[in-house]
Design a protein around this ligand. Structure first.
Ligand code: NAP
Length: 330
């Protein structure tokens, strides 16, 4: 199939592109060429354009048509509506990368399935993804626009430390400093390695039964947040000192991170991938976070330039940890 990925060198798409090439598809990536952290998939064609510049995208695409178009970087309804204009009649399938954060918060029932309501009163990012999905489903109903919606949950690769503050927290643990974990650290969270995501995702490309449908793609690797921090600490050769602070208290001093806690990560999120397996029956996620954590630390340790410490976040952690330190017994 002829497949276009808008993106292609991002955390998620960098695993999907080589997987699609390996599946025998003719893969074209469209991006600005500014992200060099991850390699361009060998064998993929690359077109250069800023996706927010409709004229530049049209010029880069020329007269090409596709069997599948995937937009990895659409966040608001205007992004997907301009895709509907651009790709209607030019693709057999259009895949929108939404987010599992769109599912009802707090979830009234776990595991979360595709029939869990989409309702997130806390996080603007998720509300915008819901609005994108609604716009695309309207285009499907009214214009037969061949949409498939994919909802990843937290997906990481070796370059991305999947905790707030990223590498700064690993540095803190290596320096013996306490790190802050939201809540009491026992809420459950699902992390997915991007290579596992790509296995499931590639199976949806060109799948006629996936048109008009939405799919969650996650691993079954359910961990507490305490475990996530402990596994990263072990991989980094550090002894974790975890300080627990309520998500609401974090949100008070750091509203952006707070929204992604109260609107997502503070809730126990366990997903049922049965719907996905009904169309991609051989999908099994095989990379546990123990291995993922080791890959993350190894990638950062390979080059000190990758070990970026956010001074602002570091200072904020010191303040929050100090304010919430348990008083020592007399
Ligand atoms: N990772 C997660 O945990 C998670 C969870 C749920 C949903 N999602 C969704 O997954 C998607 C992110 O996918 P990803 O991880 O592969 O992407 P990403 O890491 O955000 O990478 C962005 C990719 O898009 C390209 N790009 C960025 N801005 C561009 C622009 N203006 N014009 C053209 N190309 C541009 C980048 O290349 P250049 O910089 O070279 O242009 C790069 O290839 C988002 O829709 C996000 O909401 C992610």
């Amino acid at each position: 199939m002829r497949v276009l990925f808008i993106g292609g060198t991002g955390i998620i798409s960098s695993a999907c592109a080589p997987r699609a090439v390996a599946a025998g598809h003719d893969v074209t990536l469209l991006n600005r060429g500014t992200t060099s952290t991850r390699p361009v998939a060998a064998g993929a064609e690359v077109l250069r354009a800023d996706v927010r510049d409709a004229d530049a995208v049209r010029a880069a695409l020329g007269g090409r048509t596709f069997d599948v178009v995937v937009n990895f970087i659409a966040f608001t309804p205007d992004h997907v509506l301009s895709d509907v204009d651009l790709f209607a009649g030019r693709t057999g399938q259009y895949v929108f990368i939404s987010s599992a954060s769109a599912y009802q918060k707090p979830p009234r029932r776990v595991p979360v399935t595709e029939s869990t309501p989409l309702h997130n009163p806390y996080w603007r990012y998720s509300q915008d993804k819901i609005a994108c999905e609604e716009a695309l489903l309207r285009a499907y109903r009214e214009r037969d626009f061949p949409v498939t919606i994919v909802r990843p949950s937290h997906t990481y690769d070796p370059t991305s430390v999947p905790i707030h503050g990223g590498w700064t927290q690993i540095e803190r643990m290596r320096r013996g400093l306490p790190v802050l974990v939201h809540g009491d650290g026992t809420s459950l969270w699902t992390l997915t390695h991007h290579v596992d995501f790509a296995k499931a995702f590639t199976g949806l490309l060109g799948h006629t039964r996936a048109i008009g449908e939405a799919y969650t793609i996650t691993s079954d690797d359910v961990l507490t947040w305490n475990q996530i921090y402990e596994l990263l600490a072990t991989a980094a050769g550090a002894e974790p000192r975890l300080v627990h602070v309520t998500s609401k208290a974090i949100a008070k001093v750091d509203p952006d991170r707070g929204a992604s806690l109260v609107g997502d990560k503070a809730h126990s999120m366990i997903f049922d991938n049965s719907k996905l397996r009904s169309v991609v029956p051989d999908y099994v996620a095989t990379i546990p976070f123990e291995r993922g954590a080791r890959e993350i630390v190894a990638w950062h340790d390979e080059d000190p330039a990758r070990q970026v410490v956010d001074e602002h976040f570091d200072t904020l952690m010191d303040r929050l940890v100090e304010a919430h330190r348990q008083p020592r017994a007399a």
